[in-house]
Design a protein around this ligand. Structure first.
Ligand code: F6R
Length: 608
């Protein structure tokens, strides 16, 4: 989603803004812009398309002098991607400039009111309403205007604001859209995400809902919506700038695929101590765990796919019913949430609007919420009752890989912990599983060593029109992720099907040469899935199989087989997904797609 950067200090703002916007590119955008106060007026530049166009337009920022500025990458919601709709937006006199991330839900009503009062609009955006609304309330005191505007606006917003009358101040505010602030040596910065300012400071303030920040004379001051000053403490970001750089890899996605062994290890290690599972952050005694009789796992996209896997693991190991839900469905379906229900929300960014709304719905109804989150200090991390962090580090490629893998292992650990507390597994079983978990990073590395073979195979499918992924049980959950990875970055139509469901319609889509990827890791289901493979093969499909070492039986039906090392049946997803990620990456690369920033997609979906 949109990215915001702002700077006020002793240096020229525009190059810093461009640098910050560069780091936010991963969020997805279709236009970019900046506004800088040059000592006399607010100058601006906007361009549809990639950031490099804005760079060219402004000669890398040189054409916009001044030490106070705001920058923005826009992911269109209201109004097509265009120069006019790109941010910043202004009041008519161009004395107030605004960049915005989020959606002003009542913008049509506000616009009508403002038009009635003589305000003229030039763009189709909801953001322009904010600029005019601030103008409407502005009587010399920016804080006053901001607070009054906040009382009127509904929806989600992170705003960076400049008032020409107050050139020594940079204002920002948030509600339901992420925003951070930081103080560097030569100035102060705001941004939608940490990578944008990490080069300048490691100490970051996470703004909470309806908090306002005013930066002036090297100071950062925070206020609530009643204009009362508030104290905030900075969080020190532990990871390095290099963690958000490509480190010689052609794409962030490939780099992140390769970071999976470490990410998995980092997520497991702190929670396995002296051969025991210790999840302190769960904050629940064994007795409290035993009091839970139902779990909801709610998330979006790939995070949801990990939840589908987790359902099998929880139910299999801990014998506790788990319902999985897409967050966008959960929030509006009036779910049955009673005492003894635990809601687990899973999110890399910790900012996904639907997942956050699901969390709030559950909390409001008195249900305990556990967040499995990657971004420290994110909204979900702050609002959940308990947070289990995945230690994947910053994930920049839009298509998730390493965060997905860490979510899986966090969920395995949780399920094992629940199983232990509920007495549904023996100590020996736990010990064996811990051994298998500890082997996963090395086994993932082994699979990564075979990437060339998959690259050659992928090259044959760059022109594919449709691809199907099939599997049963956990293999179905893996298929969901394999299919999403392929379609989101290569734009090839693909679908995942529970293998037994093919005959109920989908099989009619199989033609001569259609690629079907079968995931076959669940021993008790081998025979069943193999017969589904034969069914599609006899109708002309080309079969790729991902299966366990030793399952040579699959070769009867498959045209191409990728073997994964032996592991516990509940953990196979962590291995089987690796070749599917690599396959998708190389298909997309072969097609010349923008692998890290697929069209129309955003890394963090902060609007509904
Ligand atoms: C797919 C992908 C998305 C996210 C989804 C949820 O590769 O990355 O499907 O998994 O948008 O995002 P988070 O995990 O940030 O809540």
């Amino acid at each position: 989603m949109c990215g915001i950067v702002g700077y006020i200090g002793a240096k020229q703002a525009a190059p810093i803004l461009l640098d910050g916007l560069d780091k936010l590119e991963y969020r997805g955008y279709d236009s970019a812009g900046m506004a800088v106060y040059d000592g006399k007026k607010i100058q601006f530049a906007k361009a549809r398309g990639r950031l490099k166009i804005l760079r060219e337009l402004t000669h890398d920022g040189a054409k916009l002098p001044g030490c106070l500025g705001i920058g923005h990458t826009r992911w269109a919601t209201h109004g097509v991607p265009s120069n006019t709709n790109a941010h910043p937006h202004f009041n008519e006199a161009e004395t107030i400039a605004v960049v915005h991330n989020g959606i002003i839900e009542n913008y049509a009503r506000l616009k009508k009111m403002l038009v009635g009062k003589g305000y003229r609009f030039v763009s189709e955006t909801d953001t322009e309403v904010v600029a005019h609304l601030l103008d409407y309330y502005y009587e010399g005191d920016p804080m006053d205007a901001i607070c009054k505007a906040m009382q009127r606006m509904e929806g989600s917003y992170a705003l960076g604001i400049i008032f020409m009358d107050h050139p020594g101040r940079l204002y920002a505010v948030r509600k339901d859209s992420p925003l951070i602030a930081g103080k560097a040596e030569d100035g102060c910065l705001i941004a939608s995400d940490v990578p944008a300012i990490l080069k300048y400071t490691r100490d970051v303030y996470f703004l909470q809902n309806e908090e306002i920040v005013c930066m002036e004379a090297g100071q950062i001051n925070f206020f609530n919506i009643d204009k009362d000053p508030i104290e905030k403490t900075a969080t020190t970001i532990e990871w390095d700038v290099s963690a958000a750089e490509k480190a010689g890899y052609e794409h962030f996605m490939l780099k992140e695929i390769y970071e999976q062994p470490k990410a998995v290890l980092d997520t497991l290690n702190p929670r396995i101590r002296n051969g025991k599972i210790e999840i302190e952050e769960l904050g629940m005694t064994d007795e409290e765990i035993r009091a839970i009789h139902k779990i909801y796992m709610v998330a979006c996209g790939s995070a949801y796919h990990t939840a589908v896997t987790a359902k099998y693991v929880f139910e299999g190991l801990a014998r506790i019913p788990v319902e999985t839900d897409l967050a966008s469905e959960f929030r509006y379906r009036d779910p049955i949430l009673d005492e003894g229900t635990l809601l687990i929300v899973v999110s890399q960014s910790g900012e996904t609007a639907d997942t956050l709304a699901a969390l709030r719905e559950a909390k409001q109804r008195g249900v305990r919420v556990l967040g499995i989150v990657n971004v420290v200090g994110s909204s979900i991390a702050r609002e959940a009752d308990n947070v289990m962090y995945t230690w994947a580090g910053p994930e920049i490629a839009v298509a998730t890989t390493k965060a997905y893998s860490t979510q899986l292992v966090a969920e395995y650990l949780l399920a094992m912990k629940f199983a232990e507390a509920r007495g549904t597994v023996t100590q020996q079983e736990i010990d064996d599983m811990l051994l298998d978990l500890r082997r996963l990073p090395q086994q993932i590395e082994l699979l990564l060593d075979h990437k060339e073979k998959l690259q050659r195979f992928a090259n044959r499918y760059v022109a594919a029109r449709d691809v199907f992924f099939i599997g049963r049980g956990i293999d179905y959950a893996i298929s969901l992720e394999g299919s999403l990875k392929l379609k989101e970055i290569s734009y090839i139509h693909s679908e995942a099907y529970a293998a037994g469901e093919l005959k109920h319609g989908t099989i009619s889509l199989i033609e001569e040469g259609t690629l079907v990827a079968a995931v076959v890791t669940q021993k008790d289901l081998y025979k069943k899935t193999i017969s589904n493979m034969v069914e599609v093969k006899t109708r002309g499909a080309f079969l790729l199989a991902v299966t366990n070492e030793g399952n040579t039986e699959v070769e009867k039906a498959a045209d191409y087989v990728v073997y994964i090392p032996e592991t516990n049946k509940y953990f196979t997803n962590s291995l089987a997904v690796i070749p599917l990620q690599i396959f998708s990456y190389y298909v997309a690369l072969g097609k010349g797609c923008d692998v890290d920033k697929p069209r129309n997609l955003a890394k963090s979906v902060t609007v509904e």
